[in-house]
Write a protein that binds this ligand. Sequence first.
Ligand SMILES: [Zn+2]
Length: 643
Amino acid sequence: MAEVNPSFQTAIIKTAIIRSHLMKVSRLSGLVCVFFLSLSSWAATTPTVTIFVDASSAPRKIFHATLKIPASPGDLILYYPKWIPGEHAPDGPVIDLAGLKFSAGGKTLKWRRDLLDGFTIHVEVPAGESEITAELDFLSPATFEGGFSAGSSATDKLAIISWNQVLLYPKGFKSDDINYTASLKLPEGWKFGTPLPISKQSGNEIHFTTVSLTTLVDSPVITGEFLKVVPLAQDPLTEMDIAADSAAALDAPQEVWDHYKNLVEQANKLFGAHHYRDYHFLYSMSDHVAHFGLEHHESDDSRVDERGLVDETARKAEASLLPHEYVHSWNGKFRRPADLATPDYQQPMQDDLLWVYEGLTNYLGEVLTARSGLLTAPQLRDDLALTAAALDHTPGREWRNLQDTADSAPELYFSPRAWHSWRRSTDFYSEDTLNWLWADVIIRQQSKGAKTLDDFCKLFHGAPSTGPMVKPYTFDDVVSALNQIAPYDWRGFWTERLTNHGPGAPLGGIEGSGWRVVYDETPSEMERGAEGAFHFIDVGYSIGLDLNDDGTITDTIEGMIAAKAGIGPGMKLVGVNGRKFSTDVLHDALKTGKHTSEPLELLVENTDYYKTYKLDYHGGEKYPHLVRDESKPDLLTDILKAK
Ligand SMILES: [Zn+2]
């Protein structure tokens, strides 16, 4: 998963995508026509549930589902999916499950929610019945909500359908061991894209091949009035299915499609094999859906601004999103931490190895972003500089180590922006980007240039090519595979990386690859673009303030001058040196402050009161960059070069 949200430090923390500077980092009623195919007997072989989803009222943000579920008389226990794959948290949107009714043999059945688990429903099945009918509505957010797949997911022109949100499944089966035969009704005239195999289509009604519950939940559907299909590769079929809130938002220059073709080629060269039958980049372009990326074996559900493809600045700011989610097909879906390879959606996931699942994915996503041409090497270096700088200004590393950011992921994914630098966030994305770069450098050094992390990827994630499958791993498996590529104290290396408290960010990879982090007074192209695209002002490295361009202070960095002066998150900057606040006024004041002994005066609003804070700061503006260290070989340039 990767979050795309709008503020500088968040991106860093987040995933992939938007890395550093970008800090910017999802339901219908209507006619129910149900067609039910023959049902397998409950006890005999693999049971088959039929599900019909009526999405024809998608613009109203309500989706209706009818399920026929094999059953036997007595207490039938049904589950609503709770732990959502790729979201690493128990965030299934059960609060948005409504209109729940059960019947059998023409009679309404009694049901009650489990007192110990709100995702569990008990249904009384009468004697003589072998299946029940379940009716339910899924209420998609009616006004904008961020977050992941349960965030805003439908507009007047498009919708993303996540099957886990519109179904129930019976207790007693692994998701691999129960089948679903799905059909879907779309709004009139809307097109669609999905990796889910289709058995037949008539008009706006689609019937899918019977698949396991695992495959169904892993295969979302994107649909919309404006939907563009861009072929990227033939064998196996790889394509982009892009839905947008306007036709104009799909009209990107040819070089964009060429870069995504390069991405498919470079990823397959990196891993040497693939683990999907075909692959669909499901890409939503809308200002009214939640912005994030969610991985699947044979697709990704990625969502950005409406103009995220046609606007060059926005495109660069989000360039690593699709590479990150695509890498997950290998790292996260095929190779998965054993503790995350749960048999169904009720058993808790354990997130301790997210530093491989998300951290390595983030690093490889960045590498492929450069190798495919989505960003140039200088732009990618700007991103790395921003990642390093943000971690170097995360004092929460003093008390919370990297391992704990992974262990706490189910909570940290939903932590507020305020106090981010002291609480820390899901830093296993950004910090492990630096750590996996470091591992890449060590492999190159230990093997005297004969081996690279690419060799590890071919060994760990590669041949033979397969369809979707899960090959679980443990910490020991990672250490063992690294040792097969280049013998080294990998257990010690990763133990130190996961448990240290600094000081400072782990810069061994950047420095070992022949580069150094420096600060100057000019923001890089990537930083300036992110500030504009995501409406924040980056004065974190000068006075320790993280603020939106309307002056709202989203965070203060503990230990830096603004926090020491008494300023905190949630306040609002309204004046600078006696003048009304604006982005330019603040930047100018930082520049002129270098040449005066007068303090920087910040007028701040806090809970209806105003107060002036005087900061004795004269260091000017500070923005991070990578510069070449000529005393060492330049490994980074080779890492980022197309293969
Ligand atoms: Zn991810």
